[in-house]
Design a protein around this ligand. Structure first.
Ligand code: ATP
Ligand code: MG
Length: 556
């Protein structure tokens, strides 16, 4: 993989060619989200790609809100987007821009096109425009308004700007070619009337530019060199080039497309995430079951793990789906050596050591991470009454069950060997407590040479342990049935969130900070919830379990 990463992707090759041929002297990229929702893992790919390229070639990375459509845009989204990008570590320095700040330049650009005879005001309705446009097999028909004089067009466009027309009554269209095999070139609409309040420009404008006209101007005005976007814009590139050429920008930017990141069986599109939020299926954009960046953060993913994931996925020219397991692999790799391995019992049952002195507590010295001595050690209390996982005891064990059962001996991790001598049940047959004896000679893994003990289980001391809430997650959608039904509804997994309210954790885990991360031995990696964790009521999210189905592709 290291090798694969060190070879250049196709965008790097294009950039290097442009630099060596002197097409551009330096590199400027941008990330241009529309502030109409929260960012997701796919956007992270775009952010890290654009920022990474700017850094790699000593260039600039601009942050720009593509806020040319006032209907769906909100300040809440502007704020969340900026905070997510900062958290990911992409730095736009002092270059934070808003497309709406260029409305004047866009207006002037439109006037310039009219004066060149390259744009006209059209009175056809939206349906008529569609009808006249033709399709892949039929060429379009010219609008009857196509040959208006330059003077008339200038006057009508001015009237559009001055609010003389209702929404939809008139549009400005580029005059290109109604017979073009590329439908985007068939006299596309470039300005529309919309009497709406804009979050940035208020009521100043009642005409708004269309994306395909606005975007190349935004790039050109900022001196962007490589305008990197996703594949669905490939067919729009001729229009992008037409706009920058006709507006005669000196050193115009060029558009390069790459494949979107899709995760198999995971809801990524902004539209779908928004629907889950609005329908109350999840509790907000940062619900840890989502893959919005704020949700990944809350779940416990780190910027490093996301960066590693994006690097592993690579930059391709063809769409494909990636397994969520790969993202899980990346967070495990990131946390494995960096975080302490602690003990938490999620579904507790009491274990009593009959021959251990009553009222005594030993503070055992435990390495925080056996694979990384730099993390030091901590003290863990041990006493006569412990909690262990309910599933670590069985009355009648099947074959190959090496944990506790009557007569069997196991190792209590970091402590002693214990042997099960008895257990109690309630009237319904549920086990209520397990009785053991311990062997004082076996403290911390000593003195067991030649003794056959196959199982090691974790535990917490009942007296000192702290009660906690633990949230376990599964995929939001039902993987068997597939993500989407033909009618666009989603197949949801009813078990995507499981809340355990009776977990017990080592006392040290009550003193951590929100967003701190750990391994809970045998259970996975967990994160103190950034919203709900308090020292009085600790709440932990499982980021990922320990087992992986993902294998890194073999190195070449
Ligand atoms: P969605 O399709 O999820 O609604 P969008 O493309 O509408 O997202 P924008 O705010 O327009 O969202 O996107 C900002 C930038 O992020 C664009 O350059 C877009 O191409 C890129 N982007 C969006 N989704 C992905 C993805 N899945 N993978 C890679 N880049 C993406
Ligand atoms: Mg969009």
């Amino acid at each position: 993989m290291e090798e694969a990463q060190s070879s250049k992707n196709f965008i790097e090759l294009e950039i290097e060619k442009d630099l060596s041929e002197g097409v551009y002297k330096s590199v400027c990229t941008r990330f241009p989200p529309e502030p109409n929702g929260y960012l997701h893992i796919g956007h992270a790919k775009s952010i890290l790609l654009n920022y990474g390229l700017a850094k790699e070639y000593g260039g600039k990375f601009n942050m720009r809100f593509d806020d040319t459509n006032p209907t769906k845009e909100k300040q809440e989204f502007v704020d969340s987007i900026l905070s997510d990008i900062k958290w990911l570590g992409a730095d736009w320095e002092d270059r934070l821009y808003f497309a709406s700040n260029y409305f004047n330049q866009m207006y002037e650009g439109a006037v310039k096109l009219i004066k060149k005879g390259k744009a006209f005001v059209c009175d056809l309705t939206a349906e008529q425009i569609k009808e006249y446009r033709g399709d892949f097999t039929t060429p379009g028909k010219n609008s009857p308004y196509r040959d208006r004089s330059i003077e008339e067009n200038l006057e009508l466009f001015e009237n559009m700007k001055n609010g003389k027309y209702a929404d939809g009554e008139k549009v400005l269209r580029a005059k290109i070619d109604m017979a073009s095999p590329n439908i985007n070139m068939r006299d596309p609409v470039i300005y529309r009337v919309a009497h709406m309040t804009h979050h940035n420009t208020g009521d100043k404008w009642c005409i708004y530019p269309m994306y395909d006209f606005a975007h190349p101007i935004e790039d050109a005005v900022e001196g962007v060199t490589h305008s990197i976007c996703t594949l669905e814009f490939e067919d729009h590139r001729p229009l992008y080039d037409w706009v920058v050429r006709e507006l005669e920008f000196p050193n115009p930017p060029r558009q390069i497309e790459f494949a979107k990141l899709y995760l198999k069986d995971v809801v990524t599109g902004k539209r779908y995430i928004k629907k889950l939020v609005e329908d109350g299926v999840v509790d907000g954009w940062d619900d840890p079951r989502l893959v919005s960046i704020s949700a990944l953060r809350r779940r416990g993913f780190t910027p490093e793990s996301i960066k590693k994931f994006v690097d592993l996925v690579g930059v391709a020219k063809a769409n494909s789906e990636v397994d969520y397991a790969m993202l899980e692999y990346c967070i495990r790799e990131d946390l494995k050596l960096k975080k302490p391995r602690m003990m938490a019992v999620l579904d507790p049952i009491k274990l009593i050591i009959d021959n251990y002195p009553e009222g005594e507590t030993e503070w055992l010295d435990v390495d925080n991470n056996q694979e990384n001595p730099e993390l030091g050690s901590r003290k863990v209390p041990f006493s006569r009454e412990l909690y262990i996982e309910r599933e670590d005891f069985m009355e009648e064990p099947p074959k190959k069950y090496y944990r506790l059962f009557p007569g069997n001996e196991v190792r209590l991790m970091h402590a002693y060997f214990v042997k099960c001598v008895d257990y109690k049940k309630d009237e319904n047959g549920n086990i209520t407590e397990i009785h053991c004896t311990y062997d004082p000679e076996t403290k911390c893994g000593k003195g067991f040479e030649g003794r056959k003990v196959k199982g090691t289980i974790h535990w917490v001391s009942a007296k000192e342990a702290v009660k906690a809430e633990v949230r376990l997650y599964e995929n939001l959608v039902d993987e068997e049935k597939g993500k989407l039904n033909p009618d666009g509804t989603m197949n949801l997994n009813p078990n995507s969130l499981k809340v355990l309210t009776n977990a017990y954790v080592e006392p040290e885990l009550a003193n951590v900070e929100p967003e701190d991360k750990f391994q809970f031995v045998r259970q996975g990696f967990f994160c103190a919830d950034m919203k709900d964790f308090t020292k009085e009521k600790p709440v932990f999210n499982r980021i990922v379990s320990l087992k992986s189905s993902f294998k890194l592709p073999l190195q070449k």
